[in-house]
Design a binder for this molecule. Sequence first.
Ligand code: ATP
Length: 229
Amino acid sequence: MQAATINYTVGSLVWVEDPEEAWLDGNVLEVNGQELKVQCTSGKTVTANASKVYPKDSEAPPSGVDDMTKLAYLHEPGVLDNMRRRYDVNEIYTYTGNILIAVNPFKRLPQLYSGDVMKQYKGVPLGDLSPHPFAIADGAYRLMVNEGISQSILVSGESGAGKTESTKCLMQYLAFMGGTAGAEGRTVEQQVLEVWKFRLYFPCSACSFPLPAPTLKKRYMANLFCVSF
Ligand SMILES: Nc1ncnc2c1ncn2[C@@H]1O[C@H](COP(=O)(O)OP(=O)(O)OP(=O)(O)O)[C@@H](O)[C@H]1O
């Protein structure tokens, strides 16, 4: 990634690349043409070309922003720093506009997924509450009902990123929204979640969503998860 041309001066707050930590923040100590000497907060002193250095927002809130479009600088170190700040306070979800970014917490956060939390998201416009898969599912559900058009939700990420967990969360919300008592007195929510439990269909190995066999290969290759209503 090429940094925009910015005139750094002594004292400028910046991000510099680091082979171990990815990015280190620091202050510009010296400017020699395009060469910057940066004193990093980690203690390291780094010399870097100005084209590889990125400005740091000195006023970034300590616990980050819930929508990255609010960041003063939308570059890689700024985005990663924001997600780190949120992760540190167990805020694993962040919007970038109407895209939801999920960070795997590697621990259970049951307070995020209770029935009461689900109810809070019902009918609330995206962005009014904290970023959450429930908000994405609610938005898709509302569009389907209001426009009468099928909706898809794409869940993408590398292996172990949390696609299956996010998908379960989306399904939980959609089942809750359609949740009148069904066969044998079980709610739709119970029935949908039991599909996961017993794996009645072929699970897509990209996202584990139970798919009928003919669509499995196509969905797997595209690494897509689709909710079709
Ligand atoms: N939101 C979450 N809350 C708690 N644990 C999570 C969450 N997301 C992911 N995890 C943990 O990370 C593990 C891997 O997540 P998951 O199976 O959803 O990844 P995946 O992207 O579907 O992986 P793969 O592509 O390999 O199937 C889960 O078994 C779970 O332990």
